[in-house]
Design a protein around this ligand. Structure first.
Ligand code: FAD
Length: 457
């Protein structure tokens, strides 16, 4: 039996080995654009800005290193799922605008694949689509409603019988599923590290080990010096709560993952999963998974959702109870994996706005721009955000700057202890709903409706 590595940022980074360290900022500088955060939001923004305006001086600074945050830790679902509620965007900005956002997300999936290909970033991308399974009657009902809604917004999902679901991936107890071709699986650290190299080669400076302690109009302050800039882009997602005055803006929500050792061919024969689909379920505390390029199963879920006072994990250490929960999910889905060693467990933080809707925006007067609050759907959305920030900063009147998430505002989270109590109650209720639904009922449990009320969804 091997010992499970716990933390170490993520399996994805560990698999690639130590990253090439970049120097910290050494003195105050003045540039056109300063981007805070070297995750996908920051790097896509730098990529598209530099491409559109090669003379622009752009720096990206990160408190730790490229891909330290969710971008180097995620489940590798490059999906067209909109990071927010399309209903909510439609209520405030109109149905056509919400449909346009869905279309833009579908395009973003292909755009990431195109850039990775054109720039020679090998991120193990396979466009195998997204398979969601239902393992209880109430999940099946929800899944079919969600697929019908997705079709209305323009994501052509098909519903699958139990048999055709299991022909794709042999998930134990699958009662049915839905499939969308608009999704791909990828290796997160390969994408984010590769993109950083490309951006650097274009002439963007990346400073690591440079924490930004304050963001002010036209300024980012660090212990190593102040960066004066016409535009300062905040791309700090789940870490935003640590920035002064932004404590209650986006709640840092944890998501945790485990990955198995590589599986033998005979096991894959039993599981199927030959198409590279990303796999998720329809539970309230849902799981997400991928078959990695080197033949492992990586599976994620919520774990310990939130730490009191918006405390943020450092290197992805994961509570043993969460590792055990994810192991249970893995075995329930694939009983053949009961004795397969788990090689690595890790966690990361998502940024959750109070209304669960992502946003991208610029205040031209102060030069302050930001994007994030993607909850768990940022891999493709960061690309759309990067192109949108390019157009906002360069003042291009493109279709992108009219999408409904642009300059979207949500109220702030409640102060503690209400915040902690609320999130705890939310997940207790969702877990209770999943347990109640596992008994075979065909309607969504009342616990879930209570949780939705607490969440304000
Ligand atoms: C475990 C997990 C699984 C996920 N799975 C998926 C998935 O399969 N599909 C999907 O679409 N989404 C997924 N997500 C969400 C997705 O990864 C994120 O939405 C996306 O990566 C956000 O990118 P970002 O660049 O905005 O933020 P991050 O990648 O978090 O980057 C923020 C960066 O800012 C830096 N930073 C923060 N504060 C400061 C500061 N004060 N000074 C300097 N630097 C700072 C951080 O060090 C970090 O590098 C997952 C997230 C997690 C945690």
């Amino acid at each position: 039996m091997i010992d499970t590595v716990n933390g170490d940022v993520s399996f994805w980074h560990a698999q690639l080995g130590p990253h090439r360290p970049r120097a910290p900022l050494r003195n105050s500088i003045s540039v056109d654009v300063c981007i805070v955060g070297a995750g996908l939001t920051g790097l896509w923004t730098a990529y598209y800005l530099k491409q559109a305006s090669p003379a622009m001086s752009i720096v990206v600074v990160d408190q730790r290193f490229v891909g330290f945050g969710a971008s180097g830790r995620n489940g590798g679902w490059l999906s067209a799922a909109v990071a927010g509620s399309l209903d909510r965007y439609a209520q405030r900005r109109g149905v056509d605008a919400a449909c346009a956002l869905q279309r833009a997300m579908i395009d973003a999936v292909d755009e990431v694949i195109r850039v990775a290909h054109d720039e020679g970033i090998n991120a193990d991308i396979v466009k195998g689509g997204v398979l969601r399974v239902a393992r209880t009657p109430s999940q099946l009902l929800r899944l079919s409603k969600a697929s019908a809604a997705a079709r209305r917004w323009g994501d052509s999902q098909t519903t699958l019988s139990a048999e055709s679901t299991r022909q794709r991936i042999n998930v134990a107890g699958a009662l049915g599923g839905s499939f969308s071709a608009n999704g791909a699986r990828l290796h997160p650290a390969k994408l984010v590290r590769g993109l950083a190299d490309v951006v650097e080669a274009m002439g963007v400076a990346i400073y690591e080990a440079t924490p930004v302690t304050a963001i002010r109009p036209h300024e980012a302050v660090t212990p190593c010096g102040t960066i004066s800039a016409q535009f300062v882009v905040r791309a700090t997602e789940g870490f935003t709560a640590a920035i002064p005055s932004m404590h209650r803006l986006w709640l840092p929500m944890n998501s945790s993952m485990i990955v198995t050792v590589p599986l033998p061919a005979a096991t894959w024969d039993e599981i199927g999963w030959r198409g590279g689909e990303t796999l998720g379920d329809s539970a309230h505390t849902f799981m997400y998974a991928q078959r990695t390029a080197d033949g492992r199963v990586a599976v994620g879920g919520r774990g310990v959702p939130y730490r009191y006072g918006s405390r943020i994990d450092r290197n992805g250490e994961t509570a043993p109870v969460t590792v055990a929960e994810l192991r249970k999910v893995l075995t329930e889905f694939f009983p053949v994996l009961r004795d397969v060693p788990v090689e690595h467990a890790w966690s990361g933080v998502l940024g959750v706005p109070r209304d669960w809707c992502a946003t991208v925006g610029l205040d031209r007067a102060t030069g302050l721009a930001a994007a994030g609050g993607y909850v768990g759907h940022g891999v493709a959305a960061t690309n759309l955000a990067g192109r949108t920030l390019r157009d906002l900063i360069l003042d291009h009147d493109s279709d992108l700057i009219h999408l409904p998430w642009v300059n979207w505002r949500a109220r702030t989270w409640e102060p503690e202890p209400l915040r902690w109590l609320g999130v705890r109650a939310l997940y207790l209720a969702y877990r209770a709903a999943d347990r109640a639904e596992a008994s075979g009922r065909s309607t969504t449990s009342a616990f879930a409706r209570v949780a939705d009320m607490i969440a304000g969804r």
